[in-house]
Ligand binder design. Structure first.
Ligand code: ZN
Ligand code: ZN
Length: 411
C-alpha cells in the first residue's frame, strides 16, 4: 500500500468527510487491524484543528467470542457508560469517523437471535446518537480500508498480499484518491455532478416510481409530499458541510411509508450482522414487507426485518447508474458501503428526516403526517439495480417520464 496515498485519504476524510472545525473533538470507530489508518486519521484530524480525538476499538475475533460465549444478560444489555459515551459526544457536536473494515463473515454460525438481541439493546440505548447523526445534527463519515479476511473474500483467487494490494487499488479509485490530483477538488466536482442529478429529480417532483427488471422486480413506490432528493454532502445546522459516505454515488430520498406495493429482488449479496445473505425477495403491500425469502441466511434477514414495526417498511430509495465507477470495476465488495454505491438500492427501516422539506426539525407527529418511516432502530440498504432495470416516474399531472432505461439515468 502506498503510504503517501493513504495519508491523502486520511486528510480527505478529516477535511472533507467530517470537515473538522477548529476546536472540535473527533471520535474514531475502528477495528484493531486498521490501527495504522486510525493513526493517520488522528494526525489529519489534529492538523485540521481537532481539539481531541477519542476512539472506540473493536476486534473481529473478540466480537465473535463475545457473541458465542457472553452471558445472556450481557447480550441483552447496553451499559450506561457505553450509551452515554456516544449520546453525550453527539450532543457536544463531535465529528464521528467510522472505519467499516472487517471479515464479511466474522459471525457466521453465531445464533442470529443473539445478534439481533444485542443490536436491539444497543440501538435502543444509543437512540439519541443515531437520531442526531441521521438528522445531520453532527457530522459523520463512514469509510473503509482493506483487511486480509475481507480482501480474501473479494479476490479469492489471489494470495493474501496481492488481494490486499488489489483491494487498496479499488478503494483508492472508488474514493477518488490518486496521484497528481487534489482529492478535495475531485470531490467538489463529483458532489456538484451528483447534486445536479438530484436537482432534476426534485424539479420533476414525482408522485411515484415504477421499477421493473428481468429478475422479476415489479414494484411501485410512492413518494411523499415535499420529498427532497439528496446527494453527496449534507449540512449540520451550523452550515458545516460533511460527506456521510465515502465513496458515494447515490441520489436518494424517502418513500411514502404506506405507499410501496409489489415485489422486489436483490441483485447483489448483502452483508448483514457478520453474514452474507443472497437472493433476497420481498413482497410489499401498502408499504409493509408481508412476505420475504432469501437463498442464504434467511433467518438473519427475517430477524433484521422484524426488529420493530418500522423495520418492516422502506425508509430509503436510492438511484445509482449501472454505468458508474464502482459498478464498472466489476468488483463485488461484500461491503454495503461499496456495493450500495454500485447499484440502485432501497433500505428497510428508518428514513432520513432531511429527505423531506424541513424534516430535520420536524416532530415525530409531523413526519408521521407526511407518511415518512421515521421510527425504527434499523436501517439496512439492499441492492436491487441491474443492467436492465427500468424506472418510470409518474408526475402529479399523470405524465409518465422514463427515469431509468437499461440500468442508467435516461436524463
Ligand atoms: Zn443509500
Ligand atoms: Zn442507507
Amino acid at each position: 500500500m502506498d503510504r503517501d496515498l493513504l495519508y491523502r485519504y486520511a486528510k480527505l476524510v478529516a477535511e472533507k468527510g467530517i470537515n473538522v472545525q477548529k476546536g472540535q473533538p473527533v471520535m474514531i470507530d475502528c477495528t484493531t487491524e486498521c490501527f495504522e489508518f486510525a493513526r493517520l486519521l488522528t494526525r489529519a484530524a489534529y492538523e485540521a484543528g481537532a481539539s481531541e480525538v477519542f476512539y472506540n476499538w473493536s476486534d473481529d475475533g473478540c466480537d465473535r467470542e463475545y457473541y458465542l460465549h457472553a452471558d445472556d444478560h450481557a447480550i441483552d444489555t447496553c451499559y450506561d457508560w457505553d450509551a452515554e459515551k456516544y449520546n453525550s459526544l453527539s450532543r457536544a457536536g463531535v465529528g464521528f469517523i467510522s472505519v467499516a473494515a472487517s471479515n464479511p463473515e466474522k459471525l457466521k454460525g453465531v445464533d442470529p437471535k443473539r445478534l439481533q438481541r444485542h443490536s436491539i439493546a444497543v440501538k435502543e440505548r444509543k437512540k439519541e446518537f443515531f437520531s442526531r447523526t441521521m438528522s445531520g445534527r453532527c457530522p459523520w463519515c463512514v469509510v473503509s480500508v482493506p483487511v486480509p479476511a475481507w480482501a480474501g473474500k473479494v479476490f479469492p483467487d489471489l494470495d493474501e498480499n496481492s488481494a490486499m494490494e488489489r483491494l487498496w487499488r479499488e478503494i483508492f479509485n472508488a474514493v477518488r484518491v490518486r496521484r497528481g490530483a487534489d482529492p478535495i477538488d475531485e470531490w467538489n466536482r463529483h458532489c456538484a455532478t451528483l447534486s445536479s442529478r438530484a436537482e432534476i429529480l426534485n424539479r420533476y417532483n414525482f408522485k411515484s416510481l415504477h421499477y421493473s427488471n428481468s429478475l422479476g422486480t415489479d414494484l411501485n413506490v410512492e413518494l411523499p409530499e415535499g420529498h427532497v432528493w439528496m446527494a453527496g454532502g449534507e449540512k449540520t445546522p451550523d452550515g458545516v458541510e460533511f460527506i456521510p459516505n465515502m465513496p458515494t454515488e447515490e441520489v436518494f430520498t424517502a418513500p411514502k411509508r404506506h405507499g410501496v406495493n409489489g415485489v422486489v429482488y436483490s441483485s447483489k449479496p448483502l452483508r448483514l450482522s457478520g453474514n452474507i445473505i443472497e437472493g433476497i425477495r420481498f413482497v410489499l403491500k401498502n408499504g409493509r414487507i408481508v412476505d420475504m425469502s432469501a437463498d442464504t441466511c434467511e433467518d438473519i434477514l427475517r430477524a433484521s426485518v422484524l426488529t420493530d414495526e418500522g423495520s418492516q417498511f422502506l425508509g430509503e430509495v436510492a438511484l445509482v447508474p449501472h454505468d458508474s465507477p464502482i459498478s464498472n470495476s466489476g468488483v463485488l465488495f461484500f461491503n454495503t458501503l461499496f456495493d450500495e454505491n454500485a447499484s440502485c438500492h432501497f433500505a428497510y427501516g428508518r428514513a432520513y428526516p432531511s429527505c423531506v422539506k424541513g424534516g430535520e426539525n420536524a416532530s415525530a407527529d409531523e413526519l408521521a403526517a407526511l407518511d415518512i418511516n421515521h421510527e425504527s432502530n434499523e436501517h439496512v440498504d439492499f441492492m436491487i439495480g441491474t443492467a436492465d432495470l427500468s424506472i418510470i416516474g409518474t408526475t402529479h399531472d399523470g405524465d409518465k417520464v422514463t427515469v431509468f432505461k437499461d440500468g442508467n439515468f435516461a436524463f
